[in-house]
Design a protein around this ligand. Structure first.
Ligand code: UDP
Length: 454
């Protein structure tokens, strides 16, 4: 008998592709055939980044691609262009792909799993009458709950109908939920006002998508977000989803990983290294980049810093930096982050607080220094600092800069107070217990698997 066939569709961005790939690999290990559909643009990057060619040919997760509607050289970082192009063409492209697969011997699609942000994919599932439809939310449940609360925020006069923030105030939806400044709402802190409106409409649509699905699962745990899951019981946690082995050949990474940093970490004392990484999209201005560089030097501790080529190409390091830092600091363009965070020499994680980075740090019991930029990163920072108390945030000076002195002080504060590490270790234990036999996430995942197979 042929294996049940799942088609998985991520939103085309690193922080969405990676966790859905981990979910897909997990399903493949449970006996499913999984076809993973990227946009052509993302697919090319992933294939270029895979160091182990055999992955593409032999793994149970089959990588395929469809066009996203933009020319290959067109800019994809602006949410406007990409989301408009996606809406225009991907619907039909996906439909054609599924119909083609359905005609192949033993390849009929029995289940569609799409990122919750890909409403167009969920609509295709409905149109083609795919029997099992699952939405996957790769961020905190609290972020989705905030989207569900948009009508309430409008009713209370905090935001306008188009998402414009009317009152700058702290918002906490319930106890043990993150505290968030209204001006930092996901849609309100990203881009200019027309981008913000597009993003707001996009957020509103995600709540409608929730009605099209049989299951809505989230890469989180009950233990980390009890109130968020209680507020929206439809959302079910299956996290933390982590790669079983990531040594350099993770199919989901958009850049080749530099695993030599693991050998460098082997030579450092336990709990000594500051790991610094800002995910896949964050960029720096020159002043801020140099302040961070000098702070790491000043800290007088070993550090591993991910400096993506697109961040550093036009920004110089401070003069003589590499000579002064010597073997105390290592800069890499893309690290095997999960392996790095699991390494015993890591002391703390200076992070932009993307949700995947947050889950990966938590799963390894690593305390955080939080440097959020936009989107859901402020919600995640509040979880880390205010709710779980496993990290510290930074204060900006009057020019909006986080100074080298501030960074150095917070590093010393975090590493000088053993309670942060103790709480992080406890949170890790909770996160790991939930995915083991008998744990909540484990039970939900098993039920989901049985339902897809049934
Ligand atoms: N990541 C990685 N190597 C790096 C930096 C990041 O593999 O050097 C991975 C990280 O493990 C995470 C993802 O990239 O899974 C980033 O996702 P996140 O949600 O943290 O941030 P985003 O890129 O979406 O802002």
């Amino acid at each position: 008998m042929s294996k049940p066939h799942i088609i998985a569709i991520p939103f085309p961005a690193q922080g969405h592709v990676m966790p859905l790939m981990e979910f897909s690999q997990c399903l493949a290990r449970h006996g499913f055939k999984v076809t993973f559909v990227n946009t052509e643009h993302i697919h090319k990057q992933i294939v270029n980044a895979i160091s182990d060619e055999s992955y593409i040919r032999h793994d149970h997760v089959h990588l395929v691609s469809i066009p996203d509607g933009l020319e290959s050289q067109e800019e994809r970082n602006g949410p406007r262009l990409l989301s408009e192009a996606i809406q225009a063409v991907m619907h039909q492209n996906l439909e054609d792909l599924i119909e083609k697969l359905n005609k192949e011997e033993g390849a009929k699609i029995t289940c569609l799993i799409a990122d919750e942000s890909c409403g167009w994919a969920l609509e295709v599932a409905q149109k083609l009458k795919i029997a099992r439809v699952v939405a996957f939310w790769p961020a905190a449940a609290a972020t989705l709950v905030l989207n569900f609360c948009i009508p309430k925020l409008i009713h209370e006069g905090i935001i306008e109908y188009d998402g414009t923030v009317l009152k700058s105030q702290m918002v906490q939806l319930a106890p043990k939920m993150p505290m968030i400044k209204s001006t930092n709402f996901v849609w309100a802190c990203t881009g200019n006002s027309s981008t913000q409106k597009i993003l707001f409409q996009f957020m509103e649509r995600t709540t409608k998508n929730a009605k099209l699905v049989d299951w809505l699962v989230c890469n989180s745990t009950y233990e980390m977000e009890p109130t968020a899951f209680a507020l929206e019981p439809q959302i079910l946690p299956i996290g933390p989803l982590l790669a079983s082995s990531r040594l350099g050949n993770s199919a989901g990474s958009l850049w080749p990983t530099d695993s030599t940093c693991l050998n460098w970490l082997d030579k450092k004392p336990p709990c000594s290294v500051i790991y610094v990484a800002f995910g896949s999209t964050t960029v720096f201005n020159q002043t801020q980049f140099q302040e961070l560089a000098l702070a790491l030097e000043l800290s007088n501790r070993p550090f591993l810093w991910v400096v993506r080529p697109d961040t550093s190409d036009n920004i110089p390091y401070p003069e003589g930096y590499h000579d002064r830092v010597g073997s105390n600091g290592l800069m890499v363009s893309w690290a095997p982050q999960q392996n790095v965070l699991a390494h015993p020499s890591i002391a703390c994680f200076l992070s932009h607080c993307g949700w995947n980075s947050t889950m990966e740090g938590v799963s390894n019991g690593v305390p955080f220094l939080c440097w959020p930029y936009f989107a859901d990163q402020f919600i995640n920072e509040s979880y880390i600092c205010d709710v779980w108390e496993v990290g510290l945030g930074f204060d900006k000076n009057e020019s909006g800069i986080i100074t080298q002195g501030e960074i150095k002080n917070k590093i010393e504060h975090l590493l000088g107070d053993k309670d942060f590490k103790a709480r992080a270790s406890k949170l890790k234990e909770m996160a790991m217990t939930t995915v083991k036999e008998g744990g909540q996430s484990n039970k939900i995942l098993k039920n989901l698997i049985e339902w897809i197979k049934s």
